[in-house]
Design a protein around this ligand. Structure first.
Ligand code: NAD
Length: 319
């Protein structure tokens, strides 16, 4: 297996990706700046199991660092790269557009420029279903145009895809942009609905439900996402944009019922107004992923949430 650089290695999807790559025998160089978007202790815990692995090296660095990032590429000459480091989260981006732009655009640009110096053979870039904005063309397909993102976060992800297209055209880099749809599972981000709702229901706190509960999300289990990431990494495709979703949107009220059932506790719901930046529905057409990556998400929401809640119950006191 090749030498693979993974940015955002200490994050939710990053740590699952590192685990899978190491299990497949790859040499992995992880990059993360352990910022405080959520508790950095969680990120330290995410990487702790890899630190003794001789095939894993951790570089604590910011992807915007214009000296260290090119040096790291020159030092390790990674043949493959997975670009997951970003400011994630739709709602916080509305109050911090400059920061989101700086990390997600300038950071991505710095990584792509550095990759051209060492001819990295294949790159996977983490994009997002949010680029589809409030599109009414359901399910979302990769050919939809124009795309109208409705948050700074979504705009930076679309910008990242376009930078990747330029680097492919100009420098012949192979880059696959994967549009992830609401990823959940063990080590899930503490700012996302699966974690927040589970935490509120478990501790008997009222749930803040934004809107009437009829919004839908195509929740996708993290192991299925990582299978798609690794498949994309193994298959240089020139430049492609590919949805990675579950193709089974779940209504928010049903999602809450699923958590209630697994925890055996009833939710107390406080209805809040809809939030700026939130879209009514996400729903992935995954035909392209099936065809090009042999992608086949297997995890039902009940099974995935059971795994998540088991992890949550074991780890909640550390958060
Ligand atoms: N989780 C989802 O549902 C979802 C959906 C669509 C897209 N994505 C994208 O997938 C990627 C991973 O998301 P995640 O949910 O694992 O988020 P995460 O916040 O858990 O992981 C991101 C990691 O990147 C690191 N990072 C952020 N800024 C950095 C910087 N300037 N330099 C170095 N490291 C930095 C963070 O410390 C963190 O560990 C992101 O690009 C995100 O936008 C996630």
């Amino acid at each position: 297996m090749p030498k693979t650089l993974v940015t955002g290695a200490a994050g939710f999807i990053g740590s699952h990706t590192v685990r899978k790559l190491l299990a497949e025998g790859a040499e992995v160089i992880g990059i993360d700046n352990f910022n405080d978007y959520y508790d950095p202790k969680v990120k330290e815990k995410n990487v702790s199991e890899f630190l003794d692995n001789k095939n894993f090296t951790l570089e604590r660095v910011d992807i915007r660092d214009q000296e260290k990032i090119p040096e790291i590429f020159k030092k390790y000459e990674p043949s493959h790269a997975v670009l997951l480091a970003a400011r994630a989260g739709v709602r916080p981006s509305i109050n911090a557009p400059e920061l989101y732009n700086d990390v997600n655009i300038n950071g991505t640009l710095n990584l792509l420029q550095s990759a051209t110096q060492v001819n990295t053979e294949n790159i996977v870039f983490a994009s997002s279903s949010s680029v589809y904005g409030g599109s009414k063309e359901i399910p979302f397909t990769e050919t939809q145009w124009p795309l109208q993102p409705i948050s700074p976060y979504a705009a930076t992800k679309l910008g990242g895809e376009n930078l990747a297209r330029y680097f492919h055209q100009q420098f012949n880099l192979n880059i696959t942009c994967l549009r992830f749809f609401t990823v959940y599972g063990p080590s899930g981000r503490p700012d996302m609905a699966p974690y927040l709702f589970t935490d509120w229901i478990n501790s008997g706190k009222p749930i803040k439900r934004f809107g009437d509960g009829t919004t839908k999300r195509d929740y996708t289990y993290v192991a299925d996402i990582v299978d798609g990431v690794v498949a994309a990494l193994k298959k240089p495709l020139g430049y492609e944009i590919i949805n990675l979703g579950n193709n089974q949107p779940v209504m928010l009220n049903d999602f809450i019922s699923t958590i209630e059932k697994i925890l055996g506790k009833k939710a107390e719901i406080t209805q809040m107004p809809e939030q700026p930046g939130d879209v009514p529905m996400t729903y992935a057409n995954i035909d392209k992923a099936k065809k090009l990556l042999d992608y086949n998400p297997k995890t039902t929401i009940e099974e995935g949430m059971k795994n998540f809640i088991n992890w949550y119950l074991k780890n909640k006191n550390d958060h």
